[in-house]
Design a protein around this ligand. Sequence first.
Ligand SMILES: Cc1cc2nc3c(=O)[nH]c(=O)nc-3n(C[C@H](O)[C@H](O)[C@H](O)COP(=O)(O)OP(=O)(O)OC[C@H]3O[C@@H](n4cnc5c(N)ncnc54)[C@H](O)[C@@H]3O)c2cc1C
Length: 390
Amino acid sequence: MKKAVVLGGGIGGVEAAISLKKEGFDVELISDRDYVYIYPISIWIPTGEVSLSDVALPLHEVAKAHNFTFTKDKVVSISGKENKVVLENRGEKTDFDYLIIALGQTKLKHKGIENTLSICGSPEEALKIKKKLDELIEKGFGKIAFGFGGNPKAPDAVRGGPVFEVMFNVHNYLKKLHLRDKFDITFFAPMPKPGARLGETALKLMDKMFKKMNIKKITGKKIKEFEKDKVILEDDTKIEADLIAFTPAGDGHPVIKESDLPKTEAGFLLIDEGCQVLNHENIYAIGDSVAIEGPEWRAKQGHLAEVMGRITANNIAVKEGIKEGRIESYKRHINIMCLMDTGDGGALAYRSDTKALLIPLPIIGHWMKKAWGLYYKLSKLGKIPRLPGM
Ligand SMILES: Cc1cc2nc3c(=O)[nH]c(=O)nc-3n(C[C@H](O)[C@H](O)[C@H](O)COP(=O)(O)OP(=O)(O)OC[C@H]3O[C@@H](n4cnc5c(N)ncnc54)[C@H](O)[C@@H]3O)c2cc1C
């Protein structure tokens, strides 16, 4: 039986491991955390609606349910030429026929970034946002700045959705505590139209939401630096804030940047339509680690990482002659599909070549996202059947 090693136990890596096992491969998943951190539902950590354990799915249990091996270790280097991975604790690893890279991404480092906290960082960082918010609530008033940055070298790596979600959730949480009028909330972003990839209708709707929620908006000005309790923009505009919840745009993973594998200037892996790393027959890459090619509104998303995981398993199985079929392309699956949560409801954002929709879903939107979280956990543990395409 041929062996596939998957690096990274996030949304993409787990889907690849499950799918490769289904195709009949011997599968080992290696990750530095022993749980899948389910990012889409981590947005409720700051307001205390979920705890870390609600958002963490133990990888040992997923591995047991799908009969693959899980190894907790950190990847320190990958060599394409030598077909080798080096792990922090176990050293060199060459016992694989196929390697699937799903290590995710890191974030750009702005000057003074240590004065900010991101919902798209480590689980510990999300807990720090909660702690800071709790302190401000205890004090009874405060100023909060929410923002996200851009990466001209990787437009698909901008992550704005979760920032909007946490901001809207915090607004509604403060409202529920009858404290909203005691807090200033400001949103900032360097691009003139943040969220533009969702289309014009979505932008108009978001503008209405900002006004209704009394959220100040400063956009189209580059970020100069962050100081303690301050965001400084290119024209020296200063946004005072007790809490700066800022998410920089994504940047290539350091292990990939230092590897000999083909990558973009920003450090994202170059793959073909079938997710094979260019010029490397047995190395595949999926999810946030890769440079996605497609329309200018394309984005790195969890559902695309999952599709790439399934496509990779199919394509390797076809290549090995395990099954008949054709090599599939990830490109026809590029769309934006996001249930944007506001705490008291939500909106379904959808973007494809032909459509740009933002459908408001008052009340039910929130519960739909909760239901998705539950579905994700139970289906990955094999406790309920998978819905086709999900
Ligand atoms: C707050 C937030 C909310 C989001 N909401 C949505 C949403 O609603 N819908 C949607 O479609 N997408 C959403 N996304 C995007 C989605 O979560 C990502 O696109 C998806 O997680 C990418 O999957 P991945 O497997 O490529 O990377 P990740 O999920 O980031 O997984 C990478 C894995 O690699 C491991 N790893 C990293 N470095 C090493 C190393 N050196 N050695 C070993 N292991 C390592 C990490 O621990 C992690 O387990 C959201 C993202 C964030 C941050």
